[in-house]
Design a protein around this ligand. Sequence first.
Ligand code: ATP
Length: 313
Amino acid sequence: MTSGLARTDDLAVAVAGLHKRYGTHAAVDGLDLAVETGEIFAILGPNGAGKTTTVEILEGFRTADSGSVRVLGHDPAQAGRAWRSRIGVVMQDSTEQSELTVSELVHHFATFYPHPRDADEVIDSVGLREKAGKRAGTLSGGQRRRLDVALGIIGRPALLFLDEPTTGFDPHARRSFWELVKELRDDGTSILLTTHYLDEAAYLADRAAVVSAGRVVALGAPDELGGPDARRPVVHWTQDGEPRSERTSAPTALVARLAREAAGPDGEVPNLRVVRPSLEDVYLGLVGREEHPTGPDDQPPVAEPTARLETTR
Ligand SMILES: Nc1ncnc2c1ncn2[C@@H]1O[C@H](COP(=O)(O)OP(=O)(O)OP(=O)(O)O)[C@@H](O)[C@H]1O
């Protein structure tokens, strides 16, 4: 039987009871997290939830007040250069205004690592081949972000941190970036992603944690977050001039009943829609419930409908 420590050190990231205060404000308040080796793990949560603070502690850029943190089997606060060379970081704010060209920068960064990827292949993979000879300072916001990603993966990291990586990407660039992230995962890279784009988490993440007020409030595969109740379809219709909605695991039976009882003279039930809650609906329910706790016996909130019937996974 393996010991608890051995199991912890098999994980890419293992966090237990993490606390971090700024003055009197608890930014991280007893957070637990386990990222399996080889998975894409997304951290979701509203502004100020403590995501960046957590990730920066994992990256070794901030110190925790208390709690246990292991990243690739080491405490980031104590880890040295060998550990750092196995970590790739794409931070939220890129400040790169370099006079160097894209190609020069990527080749230069490659020299920092013992087993770098091929610099030209990396430039290709982030879609910057056309810009390879251009100075980094002249790139657009989205192109600069892709350069950040190139610099984050050039060292062939075992664990890659992506903090809101596709902010400013056009839809095409996002799609190709998502494919790149999946390829990295398939290549064996563990990936910890923070994002506000729930379609991104739904598409990419093997598992996700929703963080609110410095703690994990839900954890699971994106299509299972919030539990089965939160995923039950919601039937919306109008009756006697009033909008109605009902969450049900038998939408067909409900629609059949409405057809008998609530249809107008034309045989139609006004404004009838069956909506399967998207990840965004579930997320908003979770975060809203956390911010306005109402008690353990409450039904999950009936999500407002969105145009989507399914997540994009
Ligand atoms: N250096 C700091 N000094 C004081 N307070 C801070 C500092 N950094 C973060 N905070 C506060 O800690 C809380 C958590 O911030 P954090 O940046 O970790 O949140 P986040 O979940 O990453 O938010 P966002 O989605 O907006 O990036 C916030 O209330 C923030 O104002």
